[in-house]
Write a protein that binds this ligand. Structure first.
Ligand SMILES: Nc1ncnc2c1ncn2[C@@H]1O[C@H](COP(=O)(O)OP(=O)(O)OP(=O)(O)O)[C@@H](O)[C@H]1O
Ligand SMILES: [Mg+2]
Length: 266
């Protein structure tokens, strides 16, 4: 259990003790201690190269690390893999796979099937439901290489929804998507939270943090801050994480609070 907000106790969905990650000699994450409570919509923010994707990969045990302990849903990862859905940071590599929208989404059901079992009618219904939720039903039989970036992202999120997981981890789900897709994805996150699920997403747009998320992790090699958005999302904390040195000079850009209290980087 961890303390959340005003003394409210919540279960811990991700618990990391003393995580370090290096690629060769380059240290990317240092002394990461992190607790993310259950049933939040959590954003991970930090500048490019801050180690956001690396942190997610460490949580999912996709890279080598030397953490003293990483627990997910209160257990070692191996015991809870089937309860976690992961949508990786989008790249062009994953669109060449020769498959249709429907079959890509249906793959989300595979871990619920027994060994060598084929998806049945119920699995197909669940896949279709997820495709409808992502408003992609007009493209069912289309090859995924023929989709726009935003459409492809919706397909990968539909696949994650099919998994019927307890924890959804998404690496920049809103990168390069249009406003309509952004709304569809964020509405889905709210629905998932209402169903008791937890969402952890790497996010790049600081102006929408307050609107879209209720928990925040600010990362730049180290955890700079983490906690409920209203406590953690302050100019001071964001400054600490995002300040960059360029040729010894501080970056001239700065955070400015707009009338609606959102921070913009100008
Ligand atoms: N497989 C790899 N081998 C070597 N270096 C890597 C590897 N993956 C990432 N890095 C480096 O580690 C650092 C952290 O990368 P990571 O992808 O975790 O950052 P990020 O915060 O997700 O960045 P972005 O906002 O650009 O997605 C970067 O300097 C990156 O160049
Ligand atoms: Mg990344």
């Amino acid at each position: 259990m961890i303390v959340f907000g005003e003394g409210m106790m919540k279960k811990e969905v991700v618990g990391i003790r003393n995580l370090n990650v290096s690629y060769g000699k380059k240290r990317v994450l240092s002394n990461v201690d992190l607790s993310i409570p259950d049933n939040v919509r959590c954003a991970i923010i930090g500048p490019n190269g801050a180690g956001k994707s690396t942190l997610i990969k460490a949580i999912l045990d996709l890279i080598e690390h030397d953490a003293a302990s990483v627990k997910v849903l209160g257990k070692p990862l191996d015991e809870v893999r089937s309860r976690i859905a992961y949508v990786a940071q989008r790249s062009n590599a994953n669109r060449d796979f020769p498959t249709t929208v429907f079959d890509t989404v249906l793959m989300g059901r595979y871990q619920h099937l027994g060994l060598f079992k084929r998806p049945g009618r119920r699995d197909r219904e669940i896949a279709l439901e997820a495709i409808r939720e992502m408003r992609m039903e007009a493209c069912l039989d289309r090859h995924i290489s023929q989709l726009s970036g935003g459409q492809l992202q919706r397909v990968f999120i539909a696949r994650a929804l099919c998994q019927d997981a307890d924890l959804y981890i998404l690496d920049e789900p809103l990168a390069g998507v249009d406003e309509n897709t952004e709304t569809i994805i964020m509405d889905t996150f709210i629905d998932l939270q209402k169903k008791g699920k937890t969402i952890i997403a790497v996010h790049h747009d600081l102006s929408t943090i307050r609107h879209y998320f209720d928990y925040l992790v600010i990362l730049n090699e180290e955890i700079k801050s983490h906690g409920p958005v209203e406590e953690v999302f302050t100019r001071e904390q964001v400054d600490k994480a995002f300040k960059m040195e360029i040729d010894g000079r501080e970056d001239r850009k700065e955070w400015v609070a707009r009338e609606d209290n959102r921070l913009v980087y100008v």
